[in-house]
Design a protein around this ligand. Structure first.
Ligand SMILES: [Mn+2]
Length: 281
């Protein structure tokens, strides 16, 4: 497994999010995943934000594709979540078709440059991966995702335009209300079945803000009413070792908001669980 650091804050508000990979490494991230090999970072280029982000996503997509073609599993560590617009195009390029994807997030990340109230591109990567939005993010080389095999788990903070777009495309959204009604175990199993239907290769994109901010305050855009780390960890156990799992992404760690390191500890526990180490927080 190859850890690909992407020290980028181009998609969000806080420059400090670019320190996320280094801060996680200092907290012991690489020791949490057995067999991890740390690669050179994919650095964000200078220049106006959206074009720079477009270039970054193209570089990241190439790196991810090369990693998969070499036979290794990419674990992409952000940085803000806008980098997902590169990661999953790269996975699709290497496979020759789009992977299924489970998107764990408090938000829908399905804005376009036309619909966004904040203007921040970290609210756009899922729309871009589905081919929606401007050319910088939505036209990164590689296949667009197939919305029938994409689902979001943990959503609770979003705009109506995002919901309308994803519903029109047919993306399944498992919001917190449904999770509380049915239980995360049942919902997560259904999400995996959608992403991996018929033996399809799949991946996980984990925005740390899916965890409730009482437990994981060290994120860029906290939203109350999220998952407990303790309910998610057992469901991730060993997923990263499944042959059909072709990439994992972890994003939005904000070291400056993580005053006592508790969010980093959860990030380490998440990757530890994914790669088969005992899940503990
Ligand atoms: Mn996100």
């Amino acid at each position: 497994m190859r850890v690909i650091p992407v020290p980028s804050a181009l998609g969000g508000l806080y420059a400090e999010v670019a320190r996320g990979p280094e801060a996680l490494f200092s907290a012991g991230f690489l020791d949490a995943c057995p067999d991890a090999i740390r690669e050179a970072p994919v650095p964000p280029p200078a220049g106006p934000r959206l074009p720079a982000l477009g270039l970054l996503c193209r570089s990241l997509a190439r790196r991810v594709a090369q990693t998969l073609i070499s036979g290794a599993l990419p674990l992409v560590v952000g940085g803000d979540h806008a980098i997902a617009a590169g990661t999953w195009r790269g996975v699709g390029s290497a496979l020759g078709h789009p992977p299924g994807l489970v998107w764990l997030d408090a938000h829908l990340d399905a804005h376009t440059p036309e619909s966004t109230p904040s203007g921040n591109p970290h609210g756009m990567p899922l729309a871009a991966l589905l081919g929606q939005g401007g050319p910088e993010l939505a036209e990164v080389p590689g296949p667009a995702l197939d919305p029938r095999h994409v689902c979001i788990v943990g959503a609770r903070s979003f705009e109506a335009s995002e919901l309308a777009l994803l519903r029109r495309l047919g993306v399944r959204i498992f919001g917190m209300a449904e999770i509380r009604r049915r239980g995360l175990g049942e919902v997560f199993a259904e999400a995996l079945a959608i992403a991996a239907e018929g033996g399809r290769e799949f991946g996980l994109s984990i925005d740390l803000d899916v965890i409730d901010p009482a437990e994981a305050p060290g994120v860029e855009t906290p939203a109350r009413g999220g998952l407990a780390a303790g309910e998610l960890l057992p469901l991730l156990a060993g997923l990263g070792r499944l042959p059909a799992c072709r990439a994992i992404e972890l994003a939005e760690y904000h070291p400056g908001h993580d005053h006592d390191g508790r969010t980093a500890a959860i990030a380490l526990a998440l990757v530890g669980a994914l790669f088969g180490k005992a899940a503990e927080v």
